[in-house]
Design a protein around this ligand. Structure first.
Ligand code: GLC
Length: 470
């Protein structure tokens, strides 16, 4: 029997383009599925993607896509990188930009057209390649689910994954025409959202199955607190909604040490490199985008008090300039805060290796990968117990070494008292070396790979292609 075919669509894929966890998932999940499927991963060929480095070459002669009476030239490129087949959509409108979605402050004004065009191009590819399953990710590819339901010649089944409900792809009603969408779709049970159009609603309404990236988040988004206005709509589609926890690519995230001695050496090297003093002091790191979602306001509120303790704090990331400026001010005043305002994958790996604790005070977190990477690298995560952070990090107070669960420090409400309380717990735990090391060693042996979750996706693909009811 031939293998089922799968097209995995994402607006970002590591190492070609990355702004967050989606790129890591789009890199790692297809690898875990590759043996079982005839598989391709599809993304836009942004102008900054390094074509030569990855031997990206033209795969299909140029063709036009027409939307709203305008013709847009499109080309399909491809490469095989580390055993995975990639397809890239190239079009000036979509790809000739400095950033993928917009500046850190705001999205590009024509994103509806850009990602509308992306969706139409994916549909053209599906027509050509006749895949069994298309796996769509986030609002940027959500429209594909609607377009293939409209075209009876396409038999492909679709699965739509929500990585972050806070980003929905909401645009003016007038784009309906520019995107060639029938006015019948401008309805509450389709893509209309408060008199505008919502790309993410297309994914939720028309995909054969909808998933999000942890079980807890799948529950949370049915409530007004986390539903971002879509809780009612999601409840309506609850039967086809489920949560599948992300894994990490343990080949990529592979610590260069296997014991605590090796880790201590990494810490020493890193501290020296960034001129932080005191190997004996606990090293806290924050790695991530500087945005409200990641709990930046809370982190900034707490940072001054934290820096007053005997500890070091290293921060790596990029994001909104209000946050960057405040971080720079604090790093300037406090000698035990080190700030790197950049995106640097290899530096982040060094920091996970060196860190004693990872700070993750996210207001909400669909899954979160950093806490898993941290535990794998022997750093204890200090997290707000929400979404995927709750599913992947158990409180060290409930430690049980016979269980496959991993542990860290958790606080329940995202406020200053709770966060600083957890921080003080971390300092106490660190002082109790026996306890601290026991948890660390246990975490480092836990399985954070994609193996289990890839099987759950496989099962779901099978269900939708066999037309079973969810
Ligand atoms: C988004 C979410 C994050 C998740 C990632 C990958 O970035 O905010 O929680 O881990 O997608 O699914």
């Amino acid at each position: 029997m031939s293998k089922p075919s799968l097209l995995f669509v994402s607006s970002e894929v590591y190492p070609f383009a990355k702004s967050g966890g989606l790129a890591d998932v789009a890199h790692a999940l297809p690898r875990a599925l590759n043996a079982e499927y005839t598989l391709e991963v599809c993304m836009p060929l942004y102008s900054f993607v390094e074509r030569e480095k990855y031997a990206i070459q033209k795969r299909m002669e140029h063709f036009d896509i027409s939307m709203g009476g305008v013709h847009y030239p499109v080309e399909i490129y491809g490469c095989n990188y580390e055993g995975i087949e990639y397809r890239f959509i190239d079009s000036a409108l979509l790809c000739e930009r400095e950033y993928m979605y917009g500046t850190p402050e705001e999205g590009y004004a024509d994103n509806a057209l850009r990602f509308g065009l992306f969706a139409y191009a994916v549909v053209a590819l599906l027509k050509e390649e006749k895949q069994d399953i298309v796996h769509l990710n986030d609002w940027q590819s959500a429209l594909v689910a609607l377009l293939i339901k409209e075209d009876t010649s396409i038999k492909t089944k679709s699965l739509f994954t929500i990585h972050n409900l806070a980003y929905q792809g909401i645009f003016a009603h007038s784009y309906l025409h520019a995107l060639d969408l029938d006015t019948k779709h401008f309805a509450m049970d389709a893509i209309e959202f408060y008199h505008q159009i919502s790309f993410i609603k297309a994914g939720i309404a028309y995909a054969d199955a909808v998933t999000t990236v942890s079980k807890r988040y799948a529950q949370e988004i049915l409530t007004p607190e986390f539903g971002c206005g879509l809780e009612g709509f999601l409840k309506h589609h609850k039967n086809k909604l489920s949560g599948i926890i992300n894994g990490i690519d343990t080949e990529h995230f592979a610590p260069a040490f296997s014991d605590l001695k090796g880790k201590a050496q990494k810490k020493k090297e890193y501290l020296k490199e960034v001129s932080l003093r005191g190997v004996k002091k606990p090293l806290f790191v924050f790695i991530g985008r500087f945005t409200w979602q990641k709990g930046m306001d809370l982190f900034l509120e707490a940072l001054e008090s934290m820096a007053a303790y005997e500890c070091n704090i290293a921060i790596l990331g990029q994001g909104e300039s209000v946050y960057t400026t405040k971080l720079q001010e604090l790093a300037h005043v406090h000698k035990n805060i080190h700030l790197s305002c950049t995106y640097d994958e290899s530096l982040s790996l060094e920091m996970y290796g060196a860190a004693d604790f990872l700070l993750m005070p996210s207001l909400f977190e669909p899954c979160g990968l950093n806490q898993m990477i941290a535990m794998h690298y022997g750093a204890l995560p200090l997290v707000h117990h929400v979404g995927g952070l709750k599913d992947t990090v158990q409180s060290y107070k409930d430690f049980d070494d016979t269980k496959t669960k991993a542990y860290g420090i958790a606080f329940k409400s995202p406020n200053l008292t709770a966060f600083l309380g957890a921080f003080e717990e971390a300092l106490e735990l660190f002082a109790n070396k026996r306890e601290y090391n026991k948890i660390l060693k246990h975490n480092m042996l836990c399985d954070f790979s994609w193996d289990k979750s890839a099987k759950v996706y496989s099962k779901l693909y099978k269900i939708i292609t066999q037309g079973e009811k969810l």
